[in-house]
Design a protein. Sequence first.
Length: 358
Amino acid sequence: MVLVSACGADSAAEGPSTLAGGGRAGSSGLGGSAGAVSVGGSAGSIGLGGNGDSHAGGASASAASGAGTTAGASAGGGGGALAGDAGTAAGGATNAAGGTNAAGGTSSAGASGSAGSGSGVCTGKPAKTVTVYTIGDSTMSVYGSDVYPRMGWGQPLGGLFASECATVVDKALSGRSSKSFFEEGAWTPLKSALKAGDYVLIQFGHNDEKSDQPALYTDPQTTYKQFLTTYVNDTRAKMATPILLTSINRNSWSGTSLSDTHGAYPPAVRELAASLAVDLIDLTALSKTYFERIGQTETRKLFLILAAGQWPNYPNGVTDNTHFQERGAKIIGQLAMADAYTQNLSLAHLLKAVPVTP
């Protein structure tokens, strides 16, 4: 069996699962949740096509008569009440969707989901189709058929969006950190292509941790934040919406609890999101909660862990506790988009159905 090493060097203590400085929003007040969602499935349903698993349950409503409230939501051009709802967020000015954001400012131009219905997802033809870009490392990137079933979570993400509202373009690159992605020039053409109303999902950290590789390593409180800030500022300068994401947990356990391998990097992202008033999807916290809920045995099935002879591309088997199989990649995407919907992020206006938390 082949043992594949983790993307980044394991660090000591992971940051807290909760957000620092109110970087994450509270629960949505939208009424009800819709169906089980499947990638590539029909509108009104979103889930894990081809695995026989539907993950019902999940995104529940919290406020009476659809008047949703988002407490402590970060803004950054994306955080606001969903179109058609009377939702509000703590302390701010009105945004394009008819709600308010937490930073006290107006949302970015073009970031509202004007085609959304009261459910807050895309149900009609918008004025224009926007592009949702993803930038990050190998946990997010696209892979070819020669390494299937290995898959980054950005690869199937487009299946959750209404094609008439948004196109997902996965620009994440395997082996990159926030530093090397920028210094190798990968960011420059993407920045040039950005249009008003587009989105950039930014998730780095696995490779930033590699202190023995100067081309990759960033310090969580200095250079890491600096490169992330560059992506945020450049995106906003093009009137597009940046969204920061913390790193997904590795399949590393101590008894029944997931082990911390990302150290100071997730807390640094939370701090930056709060200070810059940028929308945040905390995949470190979300994946920890989900993995611990389903347990170590079921979590193992999401990662690229295969027995010899199980897949033609891995005749000798593989044990990779960082990267995902197709099913795991789809679940991570569901976790992220369900959280975006719960937070009333304007990104959720572009989804084809109300996402259900796995």
